[in-house]
Design a protein around this ligand. Structure first.
Ligand code: TYM
Length: 332
């Protein structure tokens, strides 16, 4: 079975609709015919300052949200990144194969460091994509389901895999990104030219999976659109409507042309009302289930420990091969 690997950063209160539609939906679908490994990337999270108690809580909650969305611990390996030390160990090796210029060209690093300023920009933030490459390459991953914003990091991962292989012999699988069609990039509801994200300017533009259903419906109904009336998919001229149609297509499984036809001659109000219902129908059960799972942190920790054991065994095997190939002396 082809190996799938992906991860999300534990974020303080909740994953958002972009995380869910851009990645998590595919994670769940891939369980049918693949060998999936899903990780809560806490090591990545500390590249920006985190409050320790909140981080621990967010790590459990993120795992709970994976489960609530349909990740099945029987079919998937579910674990926390810091539980498997091989990730940081391989990242060190890969860091020695990564050009300084190459890492400097990562747009996510450029954006974040510009936002944080020189003082708050850490070496960890700079080497973040190298750790991500290690996450993926440790498991012989074929497929990485992510949103469009991870495309460049995936390219770096592929380059590093190829570089290592040509220098030290065939070791890593060169992975492919799996980026969804309609939901590759979900935009902020209030600012439909900016990606939906935790760091976005307005909280009303961001739909959290843990939001109260009424709040979600309200956020969707107040989404920024345009002054026309026609419901047509045109991301350049009508980014707000295009974003709503992308979300709708993904949650309903209907195609964009089908939705355009269904809303011909109808107003934006109708579209928003129906979309709000469709999103709530999808997201409310995930919220409920997450709240239930959070009632029993010991059970969550138990599942995560099983996942960490499974992941560590595979990761250590790959790391041993890597150490052998680069010429480290074996410890007796
Ligand atoms: P993170 O935590 O920022 O986001 C998690 C996933 O959600 C996707 N995503 C979106 N998709 C569509 N529209 C949006 N507005 C949107 N916002 C976020 C992201 O593309 C991602 O798939 N570096 C990664 C975490 C990571 C990882 C890995 C991923 C670490 N190691 C190995 C894959 C494989 C990150 O910060 O994602």
């Amino acid at each position: 079975r082809p190996v799938v690997f992906s991860g999300m950063q534990p974020s303080s209160d909740s994953l958002h609709l972009g995380n869910y539609l851009g990645a998590l939906v595919n994670w769940v679908a891939l369980q049918e015919e693949h060998d999936p490994i899903y990780c809560v990337v806490d090591l990545h999270a500390i590249t920006v300052a985190q409050e320790p108690t909140a981080l621990r809580d967010a790590t459990r909650r993120t795992a709970a949200q994976y489960l609530a969305a349909g990740v099945d611990p029987e079919r998937s390996t579910l674990f926390v990144q810091s539980h498997v030390p091989a990730h940081t160990e391989l990242a060190w090796v890969l860091g020695t194969l990564t050009g300084f210029g190459e890492a400097s060209r990562m747009t996510q690093f450029k954006d974040k460091s510009a936002r944080f300023g020189a003082e708050a920009t850490t070496v960890g933030l700079f080497t973040y994509p190298v750790l991500m490459a290690a996450d993926i390459l440790l498991y012989g991953t074929h497929l990485v389901p992510v949103g469009d914003d991870q495309r460049q990091h995936l390219e770096l991962t592929r380059d590093l895999a190829g570089r290592f292989n040509s220098r030290f012999g065939d070791t890593f699988v060169v992975p492919e990104a799996m980026i969804p069609k309609e939901s590759a990039r979900i935009y902020d509801l209030q600012e439909p030219t900016a990606k939906m994200s935790k760091s976005a300017s307005s909280p009303t533009g961001l739909v959290n999976l843990m939001d109260d259903p009424k709040v979600i419906a309200k956020k969707i109904r107040s989404a920024v659109t345009d002054t026309e009336r026609e419901i047509r998919y045109d991301p350049q001229a009508k980014p707000g409507i295009a974003n709503l149609l992308d979300i709708y297509a993904t949650v309903s499984g209907r195609s964009i042309p089908e939705l355009e036809a269904a809303y011909e001659g109808r107003g934006y109000g109708d579209l928003k009302k129906d979309l709000a219902e469709a999103v709530v129908e999808r997201v409310a059960p995930i919220r409920e289930r997450t709240l239930e799972l959070m009632q029993d942190p010991a059970e969550l920790d138990r599942l995560l420990a099983i996942g960490a054991d499974k992941a560590a065994e595979r990761a250590e095997r790959m790391l041993a091969t890597v150490y052998e190939r680069v010429g480290f002396l074996r410890r007796r």
